[in-house]
Ligand binder design. Structure first.
Ligand code: S3P
Length: 172
């Protein structure tokens, strides 16, 4: 039997490179539920890329847009939402997600795994400021305690198949 469709939204949080978008897309297919990526939606609304938004309007504007986009997406019926890694760190965004009753999943990965995965795609302004490994290690320290406020934690190890991680989320 296929898993039942979620009646609440599912919000994936976690660091850059955790696999929120790739896993989220496949989770959505498995649950026959629409998928959206908050970075894509912010880019569409702003008609600029994430690096352009950071460069021209600054990170606070990006965070503001991100919160509004996520809140709006959660109002349109159950969806699987991959958020940008900083979304859940923002008090107002967290409150907006909580207020809409979504299930929050922390996709957790080890530092080596994150470093390897972020090297596959450019366009992350926070990592362009220095050594990605050092930046991710610093973000881990600050962000892990806050990601831990999620409803469920699911590990994504190097070499795990997307389907394996999807199955872990559905089980959780
Ligand atoms: C960010 C993560 C990015 C994007 C922006 C900032 C962060 O999304 O929202 O570059 O603060 O961790 P991904 O987690 O999808 O890379």
């Amino acid at each position: 039997l296929p898993p039942p469709r979620p009646v609440r939204g599912v919000v994936l949080v976690g660091l850059m490179g955790a696999g929120k978008t790739s896993v989220g897309r496949r989770l959505a297919a498995a649950l026959a539920t629409p998928f959206v990526d908050s970075d894509d939606e912010v880019e569409r609304a702003a008609r600029m890329t994430v690096p352009e938004i950071f460069a021209t309007m600054g990170e606070p504007s990006f965070r503001d847009g991100e919160r509004r986009v996520i809140a709006r997406l959660l109002e349109g019926g159950p969806r699987i939402i991959a958020t940008g890694g900083g979304a859940w760190m923002n008090d107002e965004t967290r409150a907006a997600i909580r207020a809409r009753g979504a299930v929050v999943v922390w996709l957790r990965a080890e530092l080596d795994t994150l470093v390897e995965r972020v090297s596959r795609r450019a366009g992350r302004p926070l990592l362009a400021q220095g050594n990605p490994r050092e930046i991710l290690a610093g973000l881990m320290e600050v962000r892990h305690p806050v990601y831990a406020l999620a409803d469920v934690v699911v590990d994504s190890h190097a070499g795990d198949r997307h389907e394996t991680v999807v199955a872990r989320i559905i089980d959780a």
